[in-house]
Structure formats: structure tokens, C-alpha cells
Ligand binder design. Structure first.
Ligand SMILES: Cc1cc2nc3c(=O)[nH]c(=O)nc-3n(C[C@H](O)[C@H](O)[C@H](O)COP(=O)(O)OP(=O)(O)OC[C@H]3O[C@@H](n4cnc5c(N)ncnc54)[C@H](O)[C@@H]3O)c2cc1C
Length: 422
């Protein structure tokens, strides 16, 4: 007897609310993202992938849903999602369009880092008051106008890995800063209203220091802002991550997304902030698995209703994918639940392990799904081919590439901070 999977089974939440003990308010938000992903993102994903064009209409549609404001604190008019809730919602979007979820992450981080994360870090009362006033202005732009923020920090050198100070520099001048530099892989390039640029604040004659990292919202239409280069990559094509050039750009002081010195504190004391690229790939891992199940059952829309599930080799492959997916979910859920200021060494190592696992397993599951489903599953009118290419990008993303995670786990597991060999 044949009993087709109902749509609600195929698209069931990645993390079942009861099993993972989610709160009602979380469930509502995550569900909102899941329904939005299925209804709005999925039908548009193929076109933007083929064209390597930015899905601006997805972001316009996110505005009335409140999704652009998911991490804006409630008292400021946003949905007030905490770190874990955001990650779970982002994973649901990643299932339906990896590139949109990844670009959305760049936008959301501008509100999460200036919001809940900054609230966890010490500031003097005057600094706090100034910060709250400035961030309110950023939040109003998002809430009232649907403004979109990008987050370019990569420069092609050692800065994005956190090793040296950013080469993009902000020179303090009357009323603000003059910014000069270059950012590679600026997702949302040409679509964002503001670029949340990480740069080094450096007065005349001062040495560059990571401690002086500044997080500035550079208006896309400011004089001296331009884009360069083509964008024709393997995967995540709809992120349109071109090169951003900043030449003598005057940025008013009010555009600071964090007060002086607070980004450095965040990067050292709130390391889970760098785990925010992983939800997209958690969603892609689930999507690859879901595709394989539907395809082998002969229920993939757009393909003939041919069943392939009766072959033992297919069943073994699905079992292996299932095990890998459950391992990934369990570790990742634990890691996103531990985000906090000053986590323990064990929690930090687990965050690296979770990032590595999600990024590597998303692509491994997608590759196995292709191998198992077979040749007819690789056509571009089906989503698996795109999921396979998109999932390949995760382990390349700084600051926590798969290699860097391995590097840090090995070193930090064997050495205490400051410890050296004689
Ligand atoms: C689809 C996509 C979208 C992106 N969007 C953004 C964005 O919006 N904003 C943004 O800032 N960046 C973005 N990036 C950039 C990304 O985060 C990386 O900066 C980029 O992929 C690095 O490429 P690279 O060749 O310059 O790496 P390199 O710096 O040349 O490094 C190559 C590899 O060497 C290893 N490595 C580098 N430094 C170290 C180290 N110190 N220790 C040990 N190993 C190291 C890493 O494993 C790395 O993968 C995006 C990337 C992709 C693929």
C-alpha cells in the first residue's frame, strides 16, 4: 500500500518543539520562518541561483512578516528573538533557499550584535546611553523602512580570521570618521542600504590594533562607496558577494553599531557570535535529506512517480544520512543553546566542533543524496543540485572555516591559555 507523505510531514520542523523542549514563543517564530521559507523563498530560489541575482523581493516580503526585525529587542519594537531562537529560525529558511538565509544572517547580525549581545557586555552608563540612542536609529530604519544591512568583514588577508587588525581603517575626524579600504565577499552587494563594515579605528600616528576594531554602518549611497568585480561562483550564487571599495568615505559618528572597543570584547568574550553562519547549512543538511526521502519514495514533484526505496542499498544510504543528520542536529542544538558571555573552554570547543560538523556534514549529506538518488536527481530544475553546490561553501567561511576549527580545537585542547613548550 502507498501512503504519500503529507506536505506537513515533509516540511515538519527540523527541531520538533516537544523533543527539543522549545518555548511557545520560540515555536511561533520558528514556524513563521518555516512557513515563509516554504511559501516565499522556495519558488524563487532556482531563478536567482541561475542568474546569480540577489532576491531583493524576499527581503521586501520579510519586512511585513517582521523577519527583518527578528533580533531587534522587543522594547525597541522588534521580535526580540534570542540567539538560539534566531538560529533555529534561520535553519528553517536555509532549507528553502540557502543564499537568502545566508544573506539574511548578515543583516540580522547587525541587530543581534548591537542588541542582545551588546546588552551582555559591560559599558559605562554614558556609553550605554549613547549606544542605545544610536542603535534605536538603526532599528527605526529597519522597522519603518525595511532597511537592509550587509556585513562585510573579509579582506583577503589574515584579519577576517581574527589574527591581525582589519586593513580597512576609520580615521577619526570632526563628527565621525573617514573610512578607506576594501572588503571582499560583501554579500548583499548592490542591494543593501547599509554596509556594516568592520574596520580599525586609527588616529594619525597610532599603531593599528584589533582592540580598536569599529563596527560602522556605511550608507550604500555615501560618496566614495563602490563595488567591483564579477560574481559567478560555484554556490550561494544569489548572495551576490562582490567586492566593496571604500575611498575616503565620510561616516557620521552616529553610524557606529557598537561603541569603541566593544566589538573586540564581543569577539573575545562572546565567541558564539561567529556561529551564526552555521544555521543556513543546518537547513541545507535537512533539505538534502528530505529531498532524498521524497525522491526515493517517488514523490518528488517534477519527477516521474518511480519508487526506488525497495533496494537495500538505498535504505542503507538513507539510514547513514539519517544518522549523520541526527548527529549534526544534536551537537549543533547543544552548541547554540550554550551561547553566552564568557563560555567555558568546553563550550567553546563544542562550538568549534558544531560549526565544523554542520559545515562538513551538510555537504557530505548532499553528496550522498545525489549519489543515492542517481542521475535524474542532478538536474537544475530540482533543488538537490543547488543544495549540493550551496552546501560546499560552508566550510570556507571565515572566521571559523572547517580548517580553522580543527586548528583551534587541537591547540586549545592541548594547551591552557598562555601555556608554551620550553
Ligand atoms: C557564499 C559566500 C558568502 C560570503 N559572504 C561574506 C560576507 O557577507 N561578509 C564577509 O565578510 N565575508 C563573506 N564571505 C567570505 C568568507 O567568510 C571568507 O572570508 C572567504 O571565503 C575566505 O576566502 P579566502 O580565499 O580569502 O580565504 P583565505 O584567507 O585565503 O584562506 C584560505 C583558507 O586558509 C585557511 N586559513 C586562513 N587563515 C587561517 C589561519 N589564520 N589559520 C589557519 N588556517 C587559516 C582557512 O581554512 C581558509 O579557508 C563569504 C564567502 C562565501 C563563500
Amino acid at each position: 500500500m502507498n501512503r504519500p507523505l503529507e506536505a506537513h510531514d515533509r516540511d515538519a520542523p527540523i527541531f520538533a518543539p516537544d523533543a527539543f523542549r522549545l518555548r511557545d514563543a520560540q515555536v511561533e517564530l520558528i514556524d513563521r520562518a518555516r512557513r515563509f521559507g516554504r511559501r516565499v523563498l522556495a519558488p524563487r530560489a532556482e531563478k536567482h541561483d541561475r542568474e546569480a541575482s540577489f532576491p531583493i523581493e524576499n527581503f521586501r516580503d520579510m519586512h511585513p512578516e517582521g523577519l527583518l526585525a527578528i533580533c531587534i529587542p522587543k522594547q525597541e519594537g522588534g521580535l526580540g528573538a534570542d540567539f538560539q531562537t534566531y538560529c533555529l529560525a534561520a535553519a528553517e529558511l536555509g532549507r528553502y533557499c540557502g543564499a537568502t538565509a545566508l544573506s539574511w544572517n548578515m543583516h540580522v547580525c547587525s541587530t543581534l550584535w548591537s542588541g542582545a549581545l551588546a546588552d551582555d557586555l559591560p559599558m559605562s552608563p554614558a556609553e550605554r546611553a549613547g549606544h542605545n540612542e544610536r542603535r534605536r536609529m538603526h532599528y527605526r530604519r529597519i522597522l519603518e523602512r525595511g532597511a537592509i544591512y550587509a556585513q562585510p568583514f573579509s579582506e583577503g588577508g589574515a584579519a577576517a580570521a581574527g589574527v591581525v587588525a582589519f586593513g580597512t581603517e576609520a580615521r577619526p575626524v570632526d563628527g565621525g570618521f573617514v573610512v578607506n579600504g576594501k572588503k571582499i565577499f560583501a554579500s548583499l552587494s548592490g542591494a543593501a542600504d547599509y554596509y556594516g563594515v568592520l574596520c580599525t579605528e586609527r588616529a594619525e600616528g597610532e599603531a593599528a590594533s584589533r582592540r580598536n576594531t569599529l563596527y560602522l554602518a556605511v550608507p550604500a549611497d555615501a560618496a566614495g562607496v563602490s563595488l567591483a568585480g564579477d560574481w559567478d561562483p560555484l554556490g550561494m550564487r544569489a548572495t551576490v558577494s562582490r567586492t566593496l571599495l571604500l575611498k575616503d568615505v565620510f561616516v557620521p559618528e552616529q553610524e557606529m553599531l557598537m561603541p569603541h572597543g566593544v566589538y573586540f570584547q564581543a569577539a573575545t568574550r562572546w565567541p558564539h557570535m561567529f556561529l551564526t553562519l552555521s544555521p543556513t547549512y543546518m537547513g541545507l543538511a535537512q533539505a538534502a535529506y528530505d529531498f532524498a526521502v521524497a525522491y526515493l519514495r517517488g514523490e518528488m514533484p517534477g519527477t516521474p512517480p518511480v519508487k526506488r526505496r525497495m533496494y537495500p542499498t538505498k535504505q542503507i544510504a538513507i539510514a547513514e544520512m539519517h544518522i549523520q543528520l541526527e548527529q549534526t542536529k544534536a551537537l549543533w542544538f547543544q552548541a547554540i543553546s550554550e551561547a553566552r558571555p564568557d563560555p567555558s573552554k568546553e563550550q567553546v570547543l563544542r562550538a568549534y566542533a558544531a560549526q565544523h560538523t554542520v559545515m562538513e556534514n551538510a555537504n557530505a549529506i548532499a553528496a550522498k543524496a545525489l549519489r543515492t538518488c542517481g542521475g535524474q536527481a542532478m538536474f537544475k530544475n530540482l533543488s538537490l543540485e543547488r543544495i549540493y553546490r550551496d552546501s560546499r561553501c560552508g566550510s570556507l567561511m571565515l572566521p571559523w572555516t572547517a580548517e580553522i576549527c580543527v586548528d583551534r580545537i587541537g591547540r586549545e585542547a592541548l594547551y591552557q591559555p598562555g601555556e608554551k613548550d620550553d
